[in-house]
Design a protein around this ligand. Structure first.
Ligand code: ZN
Length: 412
Protein backbone atom coordinates (compact mmCIF):
# COMPACT_ATOMS: atom_id res chain seq x y z
CA UNK A 1 0.00 0.00 0.00
CA UNK A 2 1.18 3.49 -0.82
CA UNK A 3 1.50 5.45 2.41
CA UNK A 4 -0.54 8.17 0.69
CA UNK A 5 -3.55 5.86 0.82
CA UNK A 6 -3.05 4.99 4.48
CA UNK A 7 -5.93 5.81 6.86
CA UNK A 8 -6.39 5.27 10.59
CA UNK A 9 -9.04 2.90 11.97
CA UNK A 10 -11.82 5.16 13.26
CA UNK A 11 -13.68 2.33 14.99
CA UNK A 12 -10.57 1.23 16.87
CA UNK A 13 -9.92 4.83 17.93
CA UNK A 14 -13.52 5.13 19.16
CA UNK A 15 -13.14 1.85 21.07
CA UNK A 16 -9.99 3.09 22.79
CA UNK A 17 -11.62 6.40 23.73
CA UNK A 18 -14.70 4.62 25.07
CA UNK A 19 -12.65 2.19 27.11
CA UNK A 20 -10.54 4.99 28.55
CA UNK A 21 -13.68 7.02 29.37
CA UNK A 22 -14.79 4.26 31.76
CA UNK A 23 -11.87 5.14 34.04
CA UNK A 24 -13.13 7.91 36.27
CA UNK A 25 -16.52 8.00 34.52
CA UNK A 26 -18.99 10.47 36.09
CA UNK A 27 -22.77 9.99 36.25
CA UNK A 28 -23.47 12.64 33.60
CA UNK A 29 -21.19 11.21 30.92
CA UNK A 30 -17.92 12.95 31.72
CA UNK A 31 -14.74 11.82 33.45
CA UNK A 32 -12.90 12.83 36.57
CA UNK A 33 -9.28 11.80 36.38
CA UNK A 34 -7.30 14.25 38.49
CA UNK A 35 -3.52 14.20 38.16
CA UNK A 36 -1.83 11.46 40.22
CA UNK A 37 -5.14 10.07 41.49
CA UNK A 38 -6.03 6.36 41.44
CA UNK A 39 -7.95 6.99 38.20
CA UNK A 40 -4.88 8.60 36.62
CA UNK A 41 -2.90 5.48 37.57
CA UNK A 42 -5.45 3.08 36.07
CA UNK A 43 -5.60 5.08 32.83
CA UNK A 44 -1.78 5.10 32.64
CA UNK A 45 -1.60 1.35 33.23
CA UNK A 46 -4.03 0.72 30.38
CA UNK A 47 -2.17 3.09 28.08
CA UNK A 48 1.23 1.51 28.82
CA UNK A 49 -0.28 -1.93 28.12
CA UNK A 50 -1.44 -0.65 24.72
CA UNK A 51 2.01 0.78 23.98
CA UNK A 52 3.64 -2.59 24.70
CA UNK A 53 1.16 -4.41 22.44
CA UNK A 54 2.66 -2.67 19.41
CA UNK A 55 6.26 -3.22 20.53
CA UNK A 56 7.03 0.37 21.45
CA UNK A 57 9.98 1.05 23.70
CA UNK A 58 8.39 2.49 26.88
CA UNK A 59 10.16 4.96 29.17
CA UNK A 60 8.81 6.78 32.20
CA UNK A 61 10.72 9.78 33.48
CA UNK A 62 11.08 11.24 36.96
CA UNK A 63 8.00 13.47 36.42
CA UNK A 64 5.85 10.52 35.36
CA UNK A 65 5.87 11.56 31.69
CA UNK A 66 5.36 8.43 29.56
CA UNK A 67 7.15 7.97 26.23
CA UNK A 68 6.47 5.19 23.72
CA UNK A 69 9.06 5.08 20.96
CA UNK A 70 8.79 3.43 17.57
CA UNK A 71 12.07 2.89 15.77
CA UNK A 72 12.87 4.51 12.44
CA UNK A 73 15.35 3.36 9.83
CA UNK A 74 17.83 5.97 11.11
CA UNK A 75 17.63 6.11 14.88
CA UNK A 76 20.35 8.72 15.22
CA UNK A 77 17.88 11.29 13.92
CA UNK A 78 15.68 13.23 16.38
CA UNK A 79 12.15 11.78 16.52
CA UNK A 80 8.80 13.14 15.52
CA UNK A 81 6.72 13.38 18.68
CA UNK A 82 3.00 13.62 19.40
CA UNK A 83 0.83 13.34 22.48
CA UNK A 84 -1.09 15.24 25.12
CA UNK A 85 -2.44 14.46 28.62
CA UNK A 86 -4.42 11.76 30.42
CA UNK A 87 -5.52 13.84 33.44
CA UNK A 88 -8.80 15.78 33.45
CA UNK A 89 -10.63 18.58 35.19
CA UNK A 90 -12.96 17.71 38.09
CA UNK A 91 -16.16 16.63 36.28
CA UNK A 92 -14.34 17.11 32.98
CA UNK A 93 -14.92 15.67 29.54
CA UNK A 94 -14.05 12.47 27.66
CA UNK A 95 -11.97 14.12 24.92
CA UNK A 96 -9.80 16.87 26.40
CA UNK A 97 -6.20 15.61 26.32
CA UNK A 98 -6.96 11.94 25.91
CA UNK A 99 -7.96 12.42 22.23
CA UNK A 100 -4.43 13.62 21.49
CA UNK A 101 -2.92 10.69 23.38
CA UNK A 102 -5.09 8.00 21.81
CA UNK A 103 -4.97 9.74 18.41
CA UNK A 104 -1.17 9.47 18.44
CA UNK A 105 -1.48 5.84 19.60
CA UNK A 106 -3.90 5.12 16.73
CA UNK A 107 -1.34 6.59 14.29
CA UNK A 108 1.32 4.21 15.60
CA UNK A 109 -1.10 1.27 15.60
CA UNK A 110 -1.89 2.01 11.95
CA UNK A 111 1.81 2.16 11.02
CA UNK A 112 2.46 -1.02 13.01
CA UNK A 113 -0.25 -3.13 11.38
CA UNK A 114 0.71 -1.89 7.91
CA UNK A 115 4.42 -2.42 8.64
CA UNK A 116 5.22 1.10 7.49
CA UNK A 117 8.81 2.17 8.01
CA UNK A 118 9.78 5.79 8.58
CA UNK A 119 13.19 7.37 8.41
CA UNK A 120 12.96 9.00 11.83
CA UNK A 121 11.73 7.37 15.03
CA UNK A 122 8.29 8.40 16.29
CA UNK A 123 7.37 8.94 19.92
CA UNK A 124 3.96 9.12 21.57
CA UNK A 125 3.99 11.04 24.85
CA UNK A 126 1.75 11.55 27.88
CA UNK A 127 2.61 14.68 29.88
CA UNK A 128 1.82 14.50 33.61
CA UNK A 129 -0.59 17.02 35.14
CA UNK A 130 -1.50 19.23 32.24
CA UNK A 131 -4.65 20.58 33.88
CA UNK A 132 -3.06 22.08 36.98
CA UNK A 133 -6.36 21.74 38.80
CA UNK A 134 -5.16 19.49 41.63
CA UNK A 135 -1.58 20.81 41.68
CA UNK A 136 -1.12 24.32 40.23
CA UNK A 137 0.18 25.50 37.84
CA UNK A 138 -0.84 23.72 34.63
CA UNK A 139 1.41 21.98 32.07
CA UNK A 140 3.88 21.19 34.82
CA UNK A 141 5.75 18.23 33.45
CA UNK A 142 6.16 19.35 29.86
CA UNK A 143 7.43 22.53 31.55
CA UNK A 144 10.05 20.61 33.54
CA UNK A 145 11.00 18.51 30.51
CA UNK A 146 11.49 21.68 28.45
CA UNK A 147 13.53 23.19 31.30
CA UNK A 148 11.06 26.03 31.79
CA UNK A 149 10.00 24.90 35.30
CA UNK A 150 12.09 23.59 38.19
CA UNK A 151 11.67 19.90 39.06
CA UNK A 152 11.96 20.29 42.81
CA UNK A 153 9.53 23.21 42.89
CA UNK A 154 6.98 20.98 41.18
CA UNK A 155 7.76 18.06 43.54
CA UNK A 156 6.85 20.30 46.49
CA UNK A 157 3.54 21.60 45.12
CA UNK A 158 0.65 20.47 47.28
CA UNK A 159 -3.01 19.78 46.63
CA UNK A 160 -5.92 21.12 48.68
CA UNK A 161 -5.34 18.36 51.28
CA UNK A 162 -1.65 19.16 51.64
CA UNK A 163 -0.47 16.08 49.71
CA UNK A 164 2.85 16.61 47.87
CA UNK A 165 3.19 16.07 44.14
CA UNK A 166 6.27 13.84 44.46
CA UNK A 167 4.68 11.66 47.16
CA UNK A 168 1.57 11.16 45.05
CA UNK A 169 3.67 10.40 41.96
CA UNK A 170 5.49 7.68 43.93
CA UNK A 171 2.25 6.39 45.44
CA UNK A 172 0.79 5.65 41.99
CA UNK A 173 4.09 4.07 40.89
CA UNK A 174 4.94 6.51 38.13
CA UNK A 175 8.11 8.18 39.36
CA UNK A 176 10.45 6.77 36.74
CA UNK A 177 14.24 6.66 36.60
CA UNK A 178 14.86 8.64 33.43
CA UNK A 179 15.72 12.30 34.07
CA UNK A 180 13.02 14.68 32.80
CA UNK A 181 15.31 16.43 30.39
CA UNK A 182 14.68 17.77 26.95
CA UNK A 183 16.26 16.00 24.05
CA UNK A 184 16.17 16.97 20.39
CA UNK A 185 12.75 16.69 18.76
CA UNK A 186 12.40 17.12 15.02
CA UNK A 187 8.71 18.06 15.14
CA UNK A 188 6.00 18.01 17.83
CA UNK A 189 2.34 17.80 16.81
CA UNK A 190 -0.39 17.97 19.46
CA UNK A 191 -3.87 16.88 18.48
CA UNK A 192 -6.72 18.29 20.60
CA UNK A 193 -10.36 19.27 20.65
CA UNK A 194 -10.94 22.95 19.95
CA UNK A 195 -12.70 23.65 23.30
CA UNK A 196 -14.46 26.62 21.70
CA UNK A 197 -17.36 27.31 19.30
CA UNK A 198 -15.63 28.51 16.12
CA UNK A 199 -15.18 25.32 14.06
CA UNK A 200 -18.72 24.09 14.64
CA UNK A 201 -20.19 27.51 13.87
CA UNK A 202 -18.20 27.78 10.62
CA UNK A 203 -18.81 24.13 9.74
CA UNK A 204 -15.07 23.39 9.44
CA UNK A 205 -13.42 20.00 10.09
CA UNK A 206 -9.87 20.94 11.07
CA UNK A 207 -8.69 23.93 13.10
CA UNK A 208 -5.11 25.04 12.61
CA UNK A 209 -3.99 27.41 15.38
CA UNK A 210 -1.16 29.77 14.56
CA UNK A 211 -0.24 29.61 18.24
CA UNK A 212 -1.40 29.81 21.86
CA UNK A 213 -2.24 32.97 23.81
CA UNK A 214 -0.19 33.97 26.85
CA UNK A 215 -1.38 32.65 30.21
CA UNK A 216 -0.97 34.58 33.45
CA UNK A 217 -2.13 33.12 36.77
CA UNK A 218 -2.40 34.99 40.06
CA UNK A 219 -3.53 34.04 43.57
CA UNK A 220 -5.12 36.62 45.84
CA UNK A 221 -5.36 36.21 49.63
CA UNK A 222 -7.52 38.60 51.67
CA UNK A 223 -7.80 38.90 55.43
CA UNK A 224 -10.85 40.35 57.21
CA UNK A 225 -12.27 40.34 60.72
CA UNK A 226 -14.69 37.57 61.66
CA UNK A 227 -17.63 38.33 63.88
CA UNK A 228 -21.21 37.27 64.57
CA UNK A 229 -23.33 38.83 61.80
CA UNK A 230 -26.34 39.87 63.91
CA UNK A 231 -24.91 42.14 66.59
CA UNK A 232 -22.10 43.60 64.44
CA UNK A 233 -23.15 46.89 62.79
CA UNK A 234 -22.50 47.35 59.08
CA UNK A 235 -20.14 50.28 59.61
CA UNK A 236 -16.63 49.31 60.62
CA UNK A 237 -16.85 45.76 59.28
CA UNK A 238 -13.84 44.19 57.55
CA UNK A 239 -15.60 41.73 55.29
CA UNK A 240 -13.05 39.85 53.19
CA UNK A 241 -15.72 38.38 50.91
CA UNK A 242 -17.15 41.81 50.06
CA UNK A 243 -13.64 43.01 49.19
CA UNK A 244 -13.23 39.94 46.97
CA UNK A 245 -16.61 40.58 45.33
CA UNK A 246 -15.58 44.10 44.31
CA UNK A 247 -12.27 42.79 43.00
CA UNK A 248 -13.89 40.00 41.00
CA UNK A 249 -16.06 42.52 39.16
CA UNK A 250 -12.93 44.53 38.35
CA UNK A 251 -11.50 41.38 36.75
CA UNK A 252 -14.66 40.91 34.71
CA UNK A 253 -14.58 44.54 33.53
CA UNK A 254 -10.90 44.39 32.62
CA UNK A 255 -11.16 43.18 28.97
CA UNK A 256 -13.61 45.94 28.00
CA UNK A 257 -11.34 48.47 29.65
CA UNK A 258 -8.15 47.21 27.96
CA UNK A 259 -9.48 46.61 24.45
CA UNK A 260 -7.61 44.17 22.24
CA UNK A 261 -7.94 40.44 22.46
CA UNK A 262 -7.91 39.77 26.19
CA UNK A 263 -9.96 37.59 28.52
CA UNK A 264 -9.89 37.66 32.32
CA UNK A 265 -11.53 35.23 34.71
CA UNK A 266 -11.92 34.38 38.39
CA UNK A 267 -12.70 30.65 38.46
CA UNK A 268 -11.87 29.56 41.98
CA UNK A 269 -12.67 30.98 45.39
CA UNK A 270 -12.34 29.78 48.98
CA UNK A 271 -14.20 31.61 51.67
CA UNK A 272 -13.62 31.11 55.39
CA UNK A 273 -15.14 30.20 57.69
CA UNK A 274 -17.95 29.91 55.11
CA UNK A 275 -20.74 30.12 57.62
CA UNK A 276 -23.93 32.13 57.04
CA UNK A 277 -23.71 33.83 60.39
CA UNK A 278 -20.05 34.78 60.51
CA UNK A 279 -18.45 37.72 58.66
CA UNK A 280 -15.83 36.15 56.35
CA UNK A 281 -12.27 36.73 57.50
CA UNK A 282 -10.26 34.80 54.93
CA UNK A 283 -10.74 34.63 51.18
CA UNK A 284 -8.54 33.20 48.47
CA UNK A 285 -9.37 33.58 44.78
CA UNK A 286 -7.58 33.08 41.48
CA UNK A 287 -7.17 35.39 38.48
CA UNK A 288 -6.50 34.11 34.97
CA UNK A 289 -5.56 36.59 32.22
CA UNK A 290 -4.97 35.55 28.59
CA UNK A 291 -4.09 37.43 25.43
CA UNK A 292 -2.15 37.02 22.19
CA UNK A 293 -0.38 40.22 23.29
CA UNK A 294 1.90 39.53 26.29
CA UNK A 295 2.47 43.23 27.02
CA UNK A 296 -1.28 43.91 27.09
CA UNK A 297 -1.69 41.08 29.61
CA UNK A 298 0.97 42.57 31.88
CA UNK A 299 -0.44 46.09 31.53
CA UNK A 300 -3.89 44.78 32.44
CA UNK A 301 -2.49 43.10 35.54
CA UNK A 302 -0.67 46.28 36.64
CA UNK A 303 -3.94 48.24 36.49
CA UNK A 304 -5.86 45.47 38.22
CA UNK A 305 -3.32 45.24 41.02
CA UNK A 306 -3.70 48.96 41.71
CA UNK A 307 -7.49 48.55 41.90
CA UNK A 308 -7.10 45.60 44.26
CA UNK A 309 -4.91 47.63 46.60
CA UNK A 310 -7.37 50.53 46.67
CA UNK A 311 -10.27 48.17 47.45
CA UNK A 312 -8.29 46.32 50.14
CA UNK A 313 -7.37 49.63 51.76
CA UNK A 314 -10.94 50.97 51.62
CA UNK A 315 -12.38 47.80 53.21
CA UNK A 316 -9.60 47.40 55.76
CA UNK A 317 -8.76 43.94 54.44
CA UNK A 318 -5.02 43.34 54.06
CA UNK A 319 -4.17 41.73 50.72
CA UNK A 320 -1.40 39.32 49.69
CA UNK A 321 -0.81 38.70 46.01
CA UNK A 322 1.07 35.77 44.52
CA UNK A 323 2.14 36.04 40.88
CA UNK A 324 1.90 32.29 40.41
CA UNK A 325 2.69 31.58 36.79
CA UNK A 326 3.28 33.21 33.43
CA UNK A 327 3.73 31.63 30.03
CA UNK A 328 4.37 33.92 27.06
CA UNK A 329 2.20 33.62 23.97
CA UNK A 330 3.47 30.94 21.67
CA UNK A 331 3.51 31.38 17.89
CA UNK A 332 3.85 27.94 16.29
CA UNK A 333 6.32 26.79 13.67
CA UNK A 334 5.08 28.12 10.33
CA UNK A 335 6.30 25.09 8.38
CA UNK A 336 4.42 22.63 10.59
CA UNK A 337 1.32 24.82 10.51
CA UNK A 338 1.54 24.75 6.72
CA UNK A 339 1.95 20.94 6.80
CA UNK A 340 -1.36 20.67 8.67
CA UNK A 341 -3.13 22.97 6.19
CA UNK A 342 -1.68 21.04 3.21
CA UNK A 343 -2.48 17.60 4.63
CA UNK A 344 -6.05 18.66 5.48
CA UNK A 345 -6.43 19.84 1.93
CA UNK A 346 -4.99 16.60 0.48
CA UNK A 347 -7.43 14.57 2.58
CA UNK A 348 -10.38 16.70 1.49
CA UNK A 349 -11.08 18.26 4.90
CA UNK A 350 -11.96 21.94 5.26
CA UNK A 351 -9.57 23.83 7.56
CA UNK A 352 -9.38 27.18 9.28
CA UNK A 353 -6.53 29.21 10.76
CA UNK A 354 -7.20 30.36 14.32
CA UNK A 355 -5.64 31.04 17.74
CA UNK A 356 -5.75 28.69 20.72
CA UNK A 357 -7.25 30.40 23.75
CA UNK A 358 -6.58 27.32 25.86
CA UNK A 359 -3.15 26.45 27.21
CA UNK A 360 -1.53 23.18 26.11
CA UNK A 361 1.72 21.29 26.65
CA UNK A 362 2.47 22.46 23.10
CA UNK A 363 3.22 25.86 24.66
CA UNK A 364 6.32 24.53 26.41
CA UNK A 365 7.25 22.19 23.57
CA UNK A 366 7.17 25.20 21.26
CA UNK A 367 10.01 26.73 23.28
CA UNK A 368 12.37 23.88 22.39
CA UNK A 369 11.17 22.28 19.14
CA UNK A 370 9.17 23.04 15.99
CA UNK A 371 5.57 22.64 17.20
CA UNK A 372 2.01 22.90 15.90
CA UNK A 373 -1.50 21.74 16.84
CA UNK A 374 -4.46 20.12 15.11
CA UNK A 375 -7.96 20.95 16.36
CA UNK A 376 -11.31 19.25 15.75
CA UNK A 377 -14.74 20.75 16.56
CA UNK A 378 -16.24 20.66 20.05
CA UNK A 379 -20.01 20.16 19.94
CA UNK A 380 -21.65 23.31 21.28
CA UNK A 381 -18.17 24.70 21.93
CA UNK A 382 -18.28 23.12 25.41
CA UNK A 383 -15.21 21.80 27.23
CA UNK A 384 -13.96 21.16 30.77
CA UNK A 385 -17.52 19.97 31.48
CA UNK A 386 -19.19 16.56 31.45
CA UNK A 387 -21.14 17.24 28.23
CA UNK A 388 -17.90 17.85 26.31
CA UNK A 389 -18.30 15.99 23.02
CA UNK A 390 -16.85 15.60 19.53
CA UNK A 391 -18.29 13.57 16.62
CA UNK A 392 -16.54 10.24 16.06
CA UNK A 393 -16.05 11.07 12.39
CA UNK A 394 -14.27 14.28 13.40
CA UNK A 395 -12.04 12.37 15.84
CA UNK A 396 -11.12 10.09 12.96
CA UNK A 397 -10.53 12.98 10.52
CA UNK A 398 -8.18 14.76 12.91
CA UNK A 399 -6.26 11.54 13.49
CA UNK A 400 -5.82 11.06 9.73
CA UNK A 401 -4.39 14.58 9.55
CA UNK A 402 -2.05 13.72 12.42
CA UNK A 403 -0.99 10.50 10.68
CA UNK A 404 0.02 12.23 7.48
CA UNK A 405 1.68 15.18 9.20
CA UNK A 406 3.76 12.76 11.27
CA UNK A 407 4.65 10.74 8.16
CA UNK A 408 5.76 13.87 6.32
CA UNK A 409 7.96 15.04 9.15
CA UNK A 410 9.31 11.55 9.89
CA UNK A 411 10.53 11.05 6.35
CA UNK A 412 12.42 14.30 5.92
ZN1 ZN B 1 -6.20 19.55 27.22
Amino acid sequence: METKELRVNGKRLQGALEEMAKIGATPNGGVQRLALSDEDKRARDLFVKWLRQIDLEVRIDEMGNIFGRRKGTNNDLPPVMSGSHIDSQPKGGRFDGILGVLGALEVLRTLHENKVETKRPMTVVVWTNEEGTRFAPAMQCSGVWAKALDRDWIYDRTDINGLRFEDELMRIGYKGDTPAQRSDVHAYYEYHIEQGPVLERENIKIGVPKGIVCLHWYDIYLAGEANQVGPTPMEGRHDALCAAAEMILKVNELPARMGGNLVATVGEIQNEPNSRNIIPDKVHFTVDIRSWDDALGIKAWDLLKQDFEVIAQKRGCPIRIEETWRVAHSPFDTKLVQNILDVSNDLGYSSLGMVSGAGHDASYMNQIAPTAMIFVPSIGGRSHVEVENTKWEDCEAGTNVLLHCMLRSANE
